[in-house]
Write a protein that binds this ligand. Sequence first.
Ligand code: BG6
Ligand code: MG
Length: 218
Amino acid sequence: MTEINAFILDLDGVVTDTAEYHFRAWKQLADEENVPFTREDNEHLRGVSRRRSLELLLGEHLERYTEDHTAELMARKNGYYQEMLHHITAADLLPGVSELLDDLKRRGLKIAIGSASKNTTTVLTRLGILDLFDGIADGNVVTRAKPAPDVFIYAAGMVGIPVAQCVVVEDAESGIEAALISGMIAVGIGPETRVGKAHFRYDSTADINLETILDGKI
Ligand code: BG6
Ligand code: MG
């Protein structure tokens, strides 16, 4: 049986649902640039870095833009997104997150964040849970985005727990891949089609069964 000593949580889509804000910010940018962009398109950006998201959004239009111009587009989108983050409060925690964090603390496990977002600290502060984490690994500390395992390995290092004793909770396909590459136990949040490769899968964060995961029957 594997001993588990740390949980590393993805932020967007696991702790809070910022996908709607990301969508609105990208949509505003896409409209300004006359590029078609739908809610369905936005689903493909789940867990994807800001730069890669822009590349996916622009698609064939990407060649119209210089490197300086794409940097301006990313900054503009981020400005819209940060404006929306002002509206986030503790009420935006996804169901089951508070209970999960309490339970992990009670059991003495380390808790870290492993997120692609460079806005991680702002979001956690707005949610009022920044202090609950023993380590925060985000888009500011690694250069290679998921599915590279870097952000999770960095998080494990921050809390001083070997990778084999870490559990990752993720809602994106690329995040599950990153967790598996890093040699951690992967818990997927979402449909089978998206996170089916995880060791454990639940429809939502509220459905996570800690006992089952800690028993390690994989
Ligand atoms: C991920 C989100 O967590 O972070 C993506 O799922 C987002 O949608 C990515 O693009 C980068 O976020 P940010 O805040 O640095 O633009
Ligand atoms: Mg996510």
